[in-house]
Design a protein around this ligand. Sequence first.
Ligand code: NI
Ligand code: MN
Length: 221
Amino acid sequence: MKITFQGHSCFTIEEGGHRIIIDPFLTGNPQAVSGPDDIKVEAVLVTHGHADHLGDAVEIARANNAPVIAPFELVNYCTEKGAEGHPMHIGGGFDFPFGRVKLTIAFHGSTTTDTGAVGSPCGFLVTMGGKSVYHAGDTALFSDMALIGPVDCALLPIGDNFTMGIDDAVKAIALIKPKTVIPMHYNTFELIEQNPEEFKEKLSAFDTRVEVLKPGQSVEI
Ligand code: NI
Ligand code: MN
């Protein structure tokens, strides 16, 4: 499985000829090296309605004839904007042609800039070709993360202020027990400036491999 960091909380995941994107914030993302026109995917997963996650989801879904996969209320928002959608909700899983997606809890908000609240935020547990990836979305640390792992890879926010910071993300690793972790949701904006090398250092005694990726960089897991 190939995971490519697209900046902020956006990742593309490829496995067995399938490709999906999560939280496609590209337009207006100062870290992004790809634009929405560069993205060829069969599904667009969105954790919540905030602009730094919903991003170009509707445009990419429409251009690719790909469904937006998200919590029910957020999918309704996207289908009203002309995208196809596959509504899900917390705790539910579904087998798509590319793999399985299960929605996890996330402690955060979910609003859009034009319509306000769009239900609950989520995280995603994605399984493709026997490999599992947990994208936590924007969330605080919560002890039920222990029920999500172990996973092959965790994508965890470390930016603090709006989400977990480094110390709570280290506690999350102890709960999730991922083989690999990729930090996300830091250094995009001034309020979430963090040093990912500090995260790596604090995990040096753990069995988890830490991959600090620059936007556009990929890792095989
Ligand atoms: Ni958010
Ligand atoms: Mn965010």
